[in-house]
Design a protein around this ligand. Structure first.
Ligand code: ADP
Ligand code: MG
Length: 268
């Protein structure tokens, strides 16, 4: 286990892309595991009603489970909802249950509806819970849940699938992030872009990767996540690929991405 530099203060990432199936959840879970493996304290907040991140981390999320829904809709303290992952002692998760599907509508009539996650997280972190990283897994939409994630974070990580339509919709996402920055969260910044599901045998994947690097030279990580069956199998064992198949190319690429993120944070 290589050690990585730890940030001076908690780095809070929203993992966002309004497209579904681009690798948001996979990236959240595996980066979190890779960072935790180096000894960092990491909190994953599952903000997708599907609860895929909770499942992948092996965290209970039946309908009766107290969850992120209770935190953002009913003001339950986050401390009562956080669960430790069975995989790494420094990896924790705020699970999502199916109730979260209704939150998008319930939030509309609540006071400070865009700030609810931020307020809950701030008060949890201020009680002395020391985390190095918080990673928020978003649903594939730009609704109030995703807005809550953007308002709670200081960094945005965008996973981009190396496929034809990858860049489509990206400018809309960036415009939305700019609006959030202007009106709701002035410190929010897109710091990290991660290319995922890369298949080096196709020209198209190479072309997309090259385009993204050209447009976002500072943000795009050198590490690139290959398309890998091991990555897609891991969640059905309630494990990250880091544990499921440590030496597989998918695991190694997420470990490399985590190291880059940690080193970049140390510089800034
Ligand atoms: P999102 O959260 O953006 O909807 P997911 O992370 O759930 O996307 O990924 C969508 C699907 O693609 C899942 O079935 C997942 O297992 C699979 N997948 C994600 N990344 C990879 C990869 N690098 N190689 C192979 N399959 C992947
Ligand atoms: Mg997802």
């Amino acid at each position: 286990v290589g050690t990585l530099p730890r940030p001076a203060k908690t780095r809070i990432f929203t993992v966002a892309n309004q497209k579904g199936g681009v690798g948001k959840t996979t990236t959240t879970v595996n980066l979190a595991a890779a960072l935790a493996r180096s000894g960092a304290r990491v909190l994953v907040i599952d903000l997708d009603p599907q609860g895929n991140a909770s499942t992948a981390l092996g965290i209970e999320h039946r309908a009766e489970t107290v969850s992120v829904y209770d935190v953002i809709v009913s003001d339950s303290p986050m401390a009562e909802v956080v669960r430790q992952s069975p995989e790494f002692p420094t990896l924790f998760c705020v699970p999502a249950t199916i109730h979260l599907a209704g939150a998008e509508i319930e939030l509309v009539s609540l006071v400070a509806r865009e700030q609810r996650l931020r307020t809950a997280l701030e008060s949890y972190l201020s009680t002395g819970e020391r985390y190095d990283y918080v990673l928020i897994d978003c649903p594939p939409s730009l609704g109030l849940l995703t807005i809550n994630a953007f308002v709670a974070a200081n960094e945005v990580l965008i996973p981009i699938q190396c496929e034809y339509y990858a860049l489509e919709g990206l400018s809309q996402l960036l415009r939305n992030i700019q609006l959030i920055e202007r009106h709701l969260n002035p410190v929010l910044k897109v710091t990290t872009i991660l290319l995922t599901m890369y298949d080096s045998r196709t020209n198209l994947a190479n072309q997309v990767a090259q385009d993204v690097r050209e447009h976002f030279p500072a943000e795009t990580l050198t590490a690139i996540i290959p398309r890998s069956v091991r990555i897609s199998e891991a969640p059905s064992y309630g494990q990250s690929v880091i544990t499921y198949d440590t030496n597989s190319p998918g695991s190694i690429s997420y470990l490399e991405a985590a190291a880059e993120i940690a080193h970049r944070g140390a510089q800034s």
